[in-house]
Design a protein around this ligand. Sequence first.
Ligand code: PCA
Length: 326
Amino acid sequence: MKKMTTTCVALATTAMMALPAMAGEKWDLPMAYSGSNFHSVTGAEFANCVTTGTGGDIEITTHPSGSLFAGGDIKRAVQTGQVPIGERLLSGHQNESAIFGWDSIPFLVSSFDEHEKLYAAALPHVQELLAEQNMTMLYSVPWPPQGLYFNKEVNSVADMEGLKFRSYNNATARMAELTKMLPVSIEAAEISQAFATGVAESMVSSGATGYDRKVWESLSHFYSVDAWLPRNYMLVNNDVWADVSEANKNVINACAGMAEYAGTWRAKEYTGFTLAGLAAGGMTVQPAGDQLMSDLREVGATMAAEWLEAAGDTGQAIVDAYNAAQ
Ligand code: PCA
């Protein structure tokens, strides 16, 4: 009996000692891109900031490289409450609503400054859509301008015909169709493998993704095109968010503000750094030639018209607000 009592006391003491940690909530945060990618680095800093800032009330654990949910499943996982929070490239969901593709319209913007103005015009509409889907955006960070990767020299759209082209959203798949390439949808975390095995031979992406995935091991040419700048978003489920105390909401929003600032700074800094890295890896890195550029602009005009058609009045309102801000 004495022994039993001692055991019970010991167990109770252990439980009490464990209490402060157990009182906190644990949030798993799925991310699609590799841990070394600047979006994931920014997300990890955000997670630490929240864990520390809330005194452990909310402890966020990041899961990069699509290890918890693949990129295409992250939004649904947050929306349905399978996870409280997640990071996602929203242009990957243009099939649900064309508005999510506001950031992948070719040649509407080509610099960070122009992109930020377009973002300001699109943001209220994106937030409205997210609210309808029971989510709130905490922060959002752009990717560097998108350029073209190939395993050969390319001087025109005709040179692209028949290539297997890795796509990451509807716009990139459509670009492949219009240039007579063969789109294959592959998450960034998988592209080194896809290029090494010949499943894909080309893609449109930033220098950051090519550098992060060491694509010089398989690809030979990068052409700066500055076609568009897509964004990643940190999303939280609204039921979860509603249960967060005001004090912790303030902490999380402050961490989000810092993450957006740091992430955007990184995107800008990494643009030149990663293009230099591709060249150092052995790739030919140069601006697209005149023929390729004018061919691509034609394709871009078709895609822009298709987007406006699909996005209706809201799409037109975004473009009008952007033009008014110029
Ligand atoms: N990298 C991401 C999206 C845009 C980018 O630059 C990717 O290739 O998946």
